[in-house]
Design a protein around this ligand. Sequence first.
Ligand code: ACO
Length: 499
Amino acid sequence: MARPTNVGIHAMDVYFPTTYVSQTDLEEFDGVSAGKYTIGLGQENMAVCGEREDINSVCLTAMENLLEKYGIGYDQIGRLEVGTETIVDKSKAVKTTLMSRFNEHGLFDVEGIDSKNACYGGTAAVLNSLAWVESSSYDGRYAMVVCGDIAVYEPGPARPTGGAGVFAMLIGPDAPLVVEPGVRGTHMEDVYDFYKPTMVSEYPRVDGHLSNACYLRALDGCYNRYADRYEKAVGEPFSLSSADYSVFHAPYNKLVQKSFGRYLWNDWLRNPTAHPELDAGFQEYAAISADESYTDRAFLKHLVNISKERYGQMVQPTELITKQCGNSYCGSTYAGLLSLISEKQDELDGKRVLLFSYGSGLAATQFSIKVADGAGVKEIAEKADVHARLADRTKITPEEFTAVLAHREESYTKFDYSPSRPVSDVAKGTYYLTEIDALERRHYARALHTSAAPLLAAAQNTAAGTAPRMVHRQGVRALPRFTSLMAPAVRLARRVFHR
Ligand code: ACO
């Protein structure tokens, strides 16, 4: 079989929770000056997951929704990669929980596992999937990536930069969104800017200002390495003008604005004579040291101002989901891509999109996508239906948001319990946690309709141990418990599902 070409993204979808908190409301609640979160950080709303959602449930939802929307069977997936830093188990991968759905269909031959490094796991999963499709191991099935996080911070300046979202993608040959081969730039270092050293809390330890400087330093490294490889591969000078759109890992929008300006700064530093139009803007900063340039507020503000017009064309269409949902960590770069797809649809035909992915610690990569089929991209936009789904969410108050996080904190290390919160806000098609049992195994069900009562009853039954191992209740499909009893459960699952 000839090695596949034009490998890239065929299909894409997002899951974000149905509740959000407004950043304007949060500014007032937190007692910070008006505009700090909305203008200073550039954020509008932040998605909020309830106690019943954990990383396994949100990834199950994203995976299943994508497959249903595209009519793709589990037997068409040969590799499944998860990228996340929302860890609920130090050993058992989220991917293994997703396998429960494959196992129910009698399928076990699916390569891939979780990738973890702060917000970079999604990109690691994408790169692994591309490599598999391009490799001698490829068997004609799709690779699937599920990436994202529930991003929560302790009270303080980092809290408004939380969020949530999970992105599912199908990767294969002859895709509408082709990941350009041979032109990638990577930058990796050993730093402690953001990390999660303890399992007793969901919250990271974060040095926010250090993380911003690390992000910008990684961006410089990636951009220049990408540019060098592009010039070698394409045989022409690279600059921002070589691309049409630019997607960034977006912890908060202001950092994206600074980063985009930094691309122009790098263009000028790389080849000043090729960019006389930038002389007037950059000459006054010609002597700034690299270290100063990552933290000097006046310089960073200047970058934002000088690049405003081009930002409007190249980056603004990528902001939709990240401004509305906040940081989805491993999903964030793909939130930018799906936003662009939603905003521009088939206008993207033939365009080049730069993507920058950053994960603290640190790992970062710049790569690019060439759009090969505008109609295919339009289909992704229509199926994802992002505008309508964002508009359909429910706003909660900062008090409710704070209570949700307090509740998550309180229940984080609990086991032998069922979440007490009602499931009335669990949207149709969403998986949710029904129980963490006495052996700390997690169990899930999927809401198949929006009525709360039967869901609650079923969850309570499961908690009380009265439900069978695999149950079909009105509105609920509980997942089997895949433990040492896996084989009988699979047999039972096959009987139930193939009836
Ligand atoms: N109106 C308009 N702007 C305002 C206002 C106001 N009323 N008040 C403050 N601002 C501006 C500030 O001038 C500043 O702008 P600038 O950065 O352009 O100079 C901005 O708002 C933020 O204010 P700071 O005082 O710098 O913010 P603070 O120190 O409180 O926290 C931070 C910001 C560090 C980003 C914090 O939210 C954080 O730690 N977040 C998590 C870490 C993070 O996201 N890092 C990014 C990369 S790593 C990752 O993805 C997790």
